[in-house]
Design a protein around this ligand. Structure first.
Ligand SMILES: Cc1ncc(COP(=O)(O)O)c(C=O)c1O
Length: 442
């Protein structure tokens, strides 16, 4: 799930309190420990257990229509922004690669990488216009293994609303001696104060690109400048920007830009003092992730980042769909992005007419709709489900209480009928429930 909460509940037990499995007393102690974890996230635990839109089994999928039991829904919870998961050219690419490479190379990357890895790294270096690219299986792997290396015993300046996986990487680094200080979300002035206050090196500024909840992008140029001025490294996770936004061009088809080559190119910001991380598991529908980085750092990570040394690599099908996806991106990607832009703007315009407030100011395809009363999340979710709309529920503590609501994600594979269905149901949600009204927030 792509939800974010950088501030885990302080009441969560420390892992040192874990009872060992063993006799009945020990087992009871173990249960108590699990109960404490569950109660620390009780809203989520309850929803997970009782709500049809959480932890669901999807019985069937036809495009963006999904069946759960005998109930068909339009899926607005997918992050497959370009709709490549059902692109015939992408699907057709898979058998040939599997025939050639088998289903899964069981070498870690340090032992050996099938040639498609190298082809993807070369094509990505070209696409992003960066010095080099390193592939690992997931962004989570990257944050957990690379943030501690980059931070060493220096300081991490962590955006207070950074994605949970960045936060966890920073905590791992803290366990190895890094100092972690947090700046207010998106607040470059606060970051600058902290950079002046905390000297030493190395220094790492860790934050999101396109935000996984608001759908908005930070002023990356300002953050990159601060990194350069203060001899720091900007470490930015653009999981939701890659594939969706790209370099601006006079003949672009929409203001997402051209080629989907991510936030740095979209905002025309240099890669100096920057490591950018993103993945293929959203816009490219493939299990693979990457860092855009200097070659010297890439070489170092090959012996320092445990997933490169030890982890199982991405399945061959994902290497194949990534390569096919990159090919589709070159030929038809901008058409998909225009389609995505149009569908997203249709939804945003409808919200505007309905006076439903969303934090989305970017026009990117992540549209969060907060509720006035966080306690209504269960009922609102059921109403959406009953009316055939599947969304991501943003429950506490995945987000702070004042932001509890639901998140709609639009993809190029959603049909116009599904978009109209969504708008119709949102109209009814607006009539029945208290959503955050525009005037409350302005
Ligand atoms: C901003 C962000 N970073 C990282 C991740 C995790 O990515 P991965 O599945 O590649 O580990 C997500 C997924 O939800 C995300 O939204």
């Amino acid at each position: 799930m792509a939800l974010r909460d950088a501030t885990p509940d302080a009441s969560l037990p420390a892992t040192g309190q874990l009872a060992l499995p063993g006799g009945p007393e020990r087992r009871r102690a173990n249960d108590g420990w699990l109960d404490r974890w569950a109660s620390a996230v009780s809203d989520l635990t309850r929803l997970k257990t009782t709500h049809p839109m959480m932890d669901a089994v999807i019985d069937e999928q036809v495009g963006r229509r999904i069946r759960i039991g005998d109930h068909w829904l339009s899926d607005f919870a997918s992050c497959n922004y370009l709709g490549l998961d059902f692109d015939p050219e992408v699907i057709a690419a898979v058998p040939e690669y599997i025939a050639k490479w088998g289903t899964h190379p069981s070498w870690s990357r340090l032992l050996g990488s099938p040639k498609p890895y190298i082809e993807i790294e070369e094509q990505m270096t070209d696409l992003l216009g960066c010095e080099d690219v390193l592939l690992l299986a997931t962004i989570t792997h990257i944050h957990m293994s690379v943030i501690p290396v980059l931070a060493g015993e220096g300081t991490i300046f962590l955006d207070s609303r950074a994605h949970k996986t960045i936060f966890d990487g920073a905590m791992l680094a803290a366990g190895r001696g890094a100092n972690v200080v947090r700046f207010r979300h998106d607040d470059a002035n606060h970051l600058e104060e902290l950079l002046r206050e905390h000297g030493g090196s190395p220094r790492l500024i860790a934050m999101d690109g396109v935000n996984s909840m608001t759908g908005n992008a930070p002023d990356v140029a300002r953050f990159q400048r601060l990194a350069a001025e203060h001899d720091a490294l900007l470490y930015i996770d653009d999981a939701h920007g890659f594939g969706v936004i790209g370099e601006r061009s006079p003949d672009e088809l929409c203001d997402y830009g051209h080629l989907g080559n991510s936030i740095m190119r979209h905002l025309d910001v240099s890669y100096d003092n920057v490591v950018m991380v993103a993945g293929f598991s959203k816009a490219y529908s493939s299990l693979l992730a990457f860092l855009a980085l200097p070659t010297k750092l890439k070489d170092a990570l090959k012996v320092l980042a445990p997933p490169y040394l030890f982890s199982g690599p991405s399945p061959v099908a994902s290497l194949a769909t990534t390569l096919a996806g990159l090919q589709v991106n070159r030929t038809r990607g901008d058409l998909y992005r225009r389609d995505l832009w149009q569908k997203t703007h249709r939804v945003l315009a409808a919200l505007d007419e309905l006076e439903i407030w969303t934090p989305n100011q970017s026009g990117y395809p992540i549209i969060e709709i907060p509720l006035s009363d966080h306690g209504e999340i269960d009922r609102v979710g059921r109403f959406l489900f009953d009316h055939g709309i599947y969304v991501t529920m943003a429950a506490y503590p995945l987000v702070p209480k004042e932001e509890v609501g639901f998140r709609v994600q639009v993809t190029a594979a959603n049909t116009d009928e599904e978009i109209e269905h969504l708008i119709d149901v949102l109209t009814r949600v607006r009539e029945r429930f208290q959503l955050r009204a525009r005037e409350l927030t302005h």
